[in-house]
Design a protein around this ligand. Structure first.
Ligand SMILES: NC(=O)c1ccc[n+]([C@@H]2O[C@H](COP(=O)([O-])OP(=O)(O)OC[C@H]3O[C@@H](n4cnc5c(N)ncnc54)[C@H](OP(=O)(O)O)[C@@H]3O)[C@@H](O)[C@H]2O)c1
Length: 271
């Protein structure tokens, strides 16, 4: 059983991620702003302890680091999916200070505070893999989502830098890489010639993946409460099925050789 930390688990992509975790027998720790909604959506999982919820308005993150240290300490978080998000569809010259702030708080500052706590709690001793939701808006100039796109672009920049910092540290301590793939080790061990076995073991060890990984997924539109029903946009874009997004999130989470990257699912949407 793995433990997933999920933000935005009460709607859309985050909710679908949480349901996939439950179906696989994993535990979810969710940071939600609306406990009543969580209770309505996940009553049985809350009662059984498969879901643990902490109340946080992630648009206001003062104290979030300290709270996460306290709340998350009893759990070993193996995977973290940062889904909480909001969008103000308006040109940047009409975007207010409060609107800019909410988007940066939710997309970037919450991620950064939670990561500070997770890195400190894990002390880089166990495998931790993270996916933060970005958006195809981070990659171009659709004017009505420009401010939103900028906040998502900053998420992609953040994951690149954090990866560089943390994995540089890990490279200096090779034993903090994951164990090499068991198939490669077994194949090496099975060799009868000692010199060949030695060589194959060295090669197997070089296939050890990264213990700490952080990546982003930048999709085009998905039919969730955030993007549903806007007919004028639908004239220009097609939806990506929710299952495809969920598939990619979990694919990225479990790829031991990838960190600091953004996977873009643009669905032929070109700016
Ligand atoms: N849908 C798309 O087309 C699309 C495309 C590209 C990227 N994305 C990104 O994918 C992520 C998930 O989006 P979605 O489509 O699943 O959207 P969604 O259905 O609207 O869900 C957004 C989630 O964020 C939570 N949230 C919003 N403000 C919050 C706050 N202040 N504090 C704590 N939680 C807050 C919401 O909580 P409540 O349930 O309480 O409202 C909800 O659980 C977002 O980061 C979004 O930017 C979406």
């Amino acid at each position: 059983m793995r433990t997933f930390l999920i933000t935005g688990a009460t709607s859309g992509i985050g909710e679908a991620c949480a349901r996939r975790c439950f179906a696989h027998g994993d535990r979810v720790v969710a940071l939600c702003r609306n406990l009543e909604k969580a209770q309505q959506l996940f009553g049985p999982e809350l009662s059984s302890g498969q879901l643990v919820v902490f109340e946080h308005d992630l648009a206001h993150n003062e104290g979030l680091y300290e709270q996460c240290l306290k709340e998350l300490a009893p759990y070993q978080i193996d995977r973290f999916i940062h889904c909480a998000g909001l969008i103000y569809l308006k040109p940047i010259h009409r975007t207010t200070h409060q609107e800019w702030l909410s988007m940066y708080e939710l997309h970037l500052f919450a991620l950064s505070e939670i990561m500070r706590a997770l890195v400190r709690l894990s002390r880089l001793h166990h495998e931790l893999s993270v996916v933060a939701l970005s958006s195809v808006s981070a990659h171009g100039g659709l004017l009505q989502s420009a401010a939103y796109g900028m906040s998502k672009e900053s998420v992609e920049h953040y994951i690149r830098l954090l990866n560089k910092q943390l994995n540089k540290q890990l490279n200096a301590v090779p034993q903090k890489r994951l164990a090499p793939p068991t198939e490669a080790l077994a194949a090496a061990e099975a060799m009868t010639d000692p010199a060949q076995r030695e060589h194959a073991l060295v090669l197997a060890k070089t296939q050890a993946g990264l213990r700490l990984r952080i990546n982003a997924l930048a999709p085009a539109m998905i039919n969730t409460p955030m993007a549903g029903g806007s007919e004028d946009i639908l004239d220009e874009m097609y939806y990506i099925p929710l299952e495809v997004i969920i598939h990619w999130i979990f694919e990225i989470l479990e790829n031991p050789y990838m960190s600091g990257q953004t996977v873009v699912l643009n669905n032929d949407f070109v700016y």
